[in-house]
Design a protein around this ligand. Structure first.
Ligand SMILES: *[C@@H]1O[C@H](CO)[C@@H](O)[C@H](O)[C@H]1NC(C)=O
Ligand SMILES: *[C@@H]1O[C@H](CO)[C@@H](O)[C@H](O)[C@H]1NC(C)=O
Ligand SMILES: *[C@@H]1O[C@H](CO)[C@@H](O)[C@H](O)[C@H]1NC(C)=O
Ligand SMILES: *[C@@H]1O[C@H](CO)[C@@H](O)[C@H](O)[C@H]1NC(C)=O
Ligand SMILES: *[C@@H]1O[C@H](CO)[C@@H](O)[C@H](O)[C@H]1NC(C)=O
Length: 414
C-alpha cells in the first residue's frame, strides 16, 4: 500500500520533471523538415514566426506543409510577418491526420480546428479548416469560410508519427480573408483600450493615470509582455496600492511588464527568473515562471499568480490576464501563511516538489526573507535553478527502485 502510494508520487514527479525541463521534446519540426530541402522556406518561416516552438510542444497535431514554390507564391503577396504567422497557423491542425485517416473522413467532409483558432487570433469560426474528400481519392483543404471553391489539395505524406505529429504536403496555401487581413503595427496598438475591453479595466485605469505608461508604450515595438491582473484582483489589492508611495506605485505597475516578447508556448516551455520593466540594478523586481501541465504561474517571493488567458498575442507584443496582482518582495514582506496557488495541485505532487527543498536546505539562499514558510523555501530554492536540473536529480536518486513500473507517459520518439 505504502509502496504503491510512493510509486504514484514518483511517476508524477517524473512526469512533472519531463514537462518542466522540456529536455525531451517528442518531435522537432525544424529537424523533421531539415531533411527535405524542398521545404526550407516553409521551415524558415515556422521559425521566424515562433510557430515551430508551438508545434514542438504540442501533441496530436497535423502540419500542412508548403513546398518552396507554394511558399514563394504566398510571399509574392508581401504580407507582414504577423500576417504570415496567422496564415501559417491556419496550416497547423490541432488533430492528427495521417494519410489514411485523411482519406477516410466520415461523410467525406469535416471541419478541423487550427492553431489560428487555438491561439485566439481568429474571429468566430475563421480558424477552422474544411477537409473534403473528392472523387478519385483527392482530398481538398479550404478555410471554413470558403466560397465553395476548394483550391488546395493533398500531395503527399512527408512524415507521420502516429498520433503525435503528421506532416503532409498540400499544393497551395489555404486562402482565408481573416488570416490574410493586415495586423495592426505594434506601435499603433492601444494598450489601454485593449486591456479595458478585455477585462483588465481597473489595471488599465491605474496605468493610464501613471508615469509608468510611457515605459510600456516605448517597449511595444522592441518586444513587450504584459501581465494584467483582473478587475477583481485589482480591486482586492486597492487598499495596499493606496498605501504605496508614488514612486512605488510606478514600480508596482512596471513590475507587470517584461521587455521581451514571450508567447504562451515560450512561457510554458521555460521555467526560471524573468526581469521586468521595474528591474534596476540592486532592485531586482524579478519573478519566477513555473509550469505545471498546461498552467503557467508567476511566483514572487510574496505571492503566486496564475495566467488565466491571453488578451492579445501579436508578436512582438503580448498581454495575459492574471488572477492576482504580483507583489514584489522589494515592496512587500513575505507573509507567514504562504499564498496557495490558484489551482491546487494534488498532495502527492506538492510533496514531490517539496522533497528536494528539504534535502537541499543547506543551499538555501542567504538573502531570502527569514520568516519563510515551507512553500516559500521551495520557491527560493527553485529560484534560478532550472527544473531540468532539479527534477532529473530527484528522478535518478528516487526512481531507480521503480524502474519496472509501467509509465503512462509519452516516451521520446526518434
Ligand atoms: C530543433 O532542431 C533544430 C535543427 O536541428 C535545432 O536548431 C533546434 O535547436 C532544435 N530545437 C529543439 C527544441 O531541440
Ligand atoms: C468516423 O466515425 C466513426 C464512428 O462514429 C469513428 O469511430 C471514426 O473515428 C470516424 N472517422 C474519422 C476519420 O473521423
Ligand atoms: C453523417 O451525415 C449524416 C446525415 O447528414 C449524419 O446524421 C451523421 O451524424 C453524420 N456522421 C458523422 C460521423 O458526422
Ligand atoms: C466544406 O466545403 C465544401 C465546399 O464548399 C462544402 O460543400 C462542405 O459542406 C464543407 N464541409 C463542412 C463540414 O462544412
Ligand atoms: C498601510 O501602511 C501602514 C504603515 O506601514 C500599515 O500599518 C498598514 O497595514 C498598511 N495597510 C495596508 C492595507 O497594507
Amino acid at each position: 500500500m505504502k509502496k504503491v502510494e510512493m510509486a504514484m508520487v514518483m511517476v508524477m514527479v517524473l512526469g512533472l520533471g519531463m514537462a518542466a525541463s522540456g529536455a525531451v521534446p517528442a518531435h522537432n519540426i525544424t529537424r523533421m523538415l531539415g531533411t527535405h530541402p524542398g521545404f526550407s522556406t516553409f521551415s524558415h518561416y515556422l521559425t521566424a514566426t515562433h510557430l515551430a516552438e508551438e508545434i514542438n510542444r504540442r501533441q496530436t497535431i497535423t502540419v500542412l506543409a508548403l513546398d518552396n514554390a507554394a511558399m514563394s507564391a504566398l510571399l509574392d503577396k508581401h504580407y507582414s510577418l504577423p500576417t504570415i504567422k496567422n496564415i501559417l497557423s491556419l496550416h497547423v491542425l490541432v488533430d492528427y491526420f495521417g494519410a489514411k485517416k485523411l482519406h477516410q473522413i466520415n461523410n467525406s467532409t469535416t471541419l478541423v480546428s487550427s492553431m489560428f483558432q487555438a491561439t485566439g487570433a481568429a474571429a468566430g469560426t475563421a480558424g477552422y479548416v474544411n477537409i473534403t474528400n473528392l472523387k478519385g481519392g483527392k482530398v481538398a483543404f479550404a478555410a471554413e469560410d470558403n466560397d465553395g471553391s476548394l483550391h488546395s489539395f493533398y500531395v503527399k505524406s512527408i512524415k507521420e508519427m502516429p498520433y503525435y505529429i503528421s506532416v503532409l504536403q498540400i499544393s497551395a496555401a489555404i486562402s482565408s480573408a481573416d488570416a490574410e487581413a493586415p495586423t495592426a503595427a505594434p506601435s499603433a496598438i492601444d494598450l489601454i483600450s485593449i486591456m479595458s475591453k478585455q477585462g483588465c479595466k481597473a489595471f488599465a485605469d491605474l496605468l493610464r493615470a501613471s508615469k509608468a505608461l510611457p515605459t510600456f508604450t516605448e517597449n511595444i515595438d522592441g518586444g513587450l509582455t504584459v501581465f494584467c491582473p483582473t478587475d477583481t484582483a485589482v480591486n482586492d489589492f486597492a487598499p495596499k496600492y493606496k498605501n504605496l508611495s508614488e514612486a512605488h506605485k510606478v514600480s508596482l505597475l512596471l513590475y507587470h511588464g517584461v521587455p521581451v516578447y514571450q508567447s504562451l508556448q515560450m512561457l510554458k516551455s521555460s521555467n526560471g527568473i524573468i526581469n521586468t520593466l521595474a528591474t534596476e540594478g540592486a532592485n531586482k523586481y524579478d519573478f519566477t515562471v513555473q509550469n505545471e501541465g498546461e498552467d503557467v504561474s508567476l511566483k514572487t517571493k510574496v505571492n503566486t499568480a496564475t495566467i488565466l488567458g491571453t488578451l492579445i498575442d501579436q508578436d512582438p507584443f503580448v498581454a495575459y490576464k492574471l488572477n492576482k496582482v504580483l507583489m514584489p518582495r522589494e515592496l512587500f514582506k513575505p507573509t507567514h501563511v504562504s499564498d496557495p496557488p490558484a489551482h491546487s495541485p494534488s498532495q502527492p505532487n506538492k510533496k514531490g516538489i517539496k522533497q528536494p527543498a528539504h534535502q537541499d536546505a543547506a543551499d538555501s539562499p542567504s538573502d531570502g526573507p527569514s520568516d519563510d514558510s515551507d512553500d516559500q523555501k521551495a520557491a527560493d530554492d527553485t529560484n534560478g535553478v532550472s527544473h531540468s536540473f532539479t527534477f532529473p536529480a530527484l528522478f535518478f536518486s528516487l526512481f531507480t527502485p521503480f524502474l519496472l513500473l509501467p509509465l503512462p507517459l509519452p516516451l521520446p520518439l526518434p
